[in-house]
Design a protein around this ligand. Structure first.
Ligand code: ADP
Length: 210
């Protein structure tokens, strides 16, 4: 696997003095722990470093590394997701096309007033609407979106393998990443916190050196 410059620095630090906590590594590199999190996740899951709870990170030599495939199962969606690219269900189909170009995405997550998941609109939904007599500048996307409860979702603590399987199994390009919240009346709400797409999976494979 080809490491980034920052990942190399982390490995060299930990090689010199194992174990190191993420606070210590962040301190040495003048970075926040949040910035380091994806790098530490990659280094741990690919077996370059070993993470022991409440102790810190250790350097592992080649003979100790287990297979990348096995470790892929431990990578979390929350560490590799993209920003949500969400829109309100009242926007018109025309504005959804503009939002797709502006955000450089192929599908949009549709949310309600409190960022709760309502549906998804993809390129094909819009193409289908444009074949008929639909007034693209008048009709809201709520009319053409795929709506809850038929949306396939991902969760931050789910493995990227599991989420990638959902993309393949359901033949879709992206999954909204949600936190399940329970409101005062006991109702479940899916709070949108990101997006997990085929592009995230492709980037991950490149990152892991496939
Ligand atoms: P494209 O339209 O570019 O092929 P997708 O394959 O993602 O994009 O979408 C195909 C269909 O699946 C569309 O009708 C879309 O509304 C729907 N869809 C997209 N994402 C999801 C999802 N996460 N859950 C359920 N349906 C989805």
């Amino acid at each position: 696997m080809k490491l980034t410059e920052r990942q190399e620095k982390i490995v060299n630090l930990v090689k010199e003095s194992s174990p190191m906590t993420s606070e210590q590594i962040a301190g040495q590199l003048n970075l926040t722990r949040a910035t380091l999190r994806p790098d530490l996740a990659i280094l741990t899951m690919t077996g370059v470093l070993d993470a022991r709870p409440r102790v810190g990170y250790f350097y592992k030599d080649d003979s100790m590394r287990s297979s990348i495939r096995e470790r892929m199962r431990y990578l979390r969606v929350g560490d590799f997701k993209s920003v949500a690219s969400s829109v309100k269900e009242s926007i018109t189909i025309y504005d959804a096309v503009v939002a797709m170009f502006t955000n450089n995405v192929g599908s949009l997550i549709v949310v309600g007033q409190e960022r709760e998941l309502r549906g998804m609109v993809s390129r094909k939904d819009i193409l289908k609407a444009s074949l008929g007599k639909t007034e693209l500048q008048q009709v809201p996307i709520s009319v053409i979106m795929t709506r809850m409860p038929n949306i396939i979702m991902a969760y931050s603590d789910e493995s990227v393998m599991e989420a990638a399987h959902k993309l393949v199994r359901h033949q879709i390009d992206s999954l909204p990443v949600v936190d399940i919240l329970i409101d005062e009346t006991g109702n479940e709400r899916c709070d949108v916190v990101g997006r997990f797409t085929k592009t995230n999976v492709a980037n991950l494979f490149v990152e892991l050196g496939y």
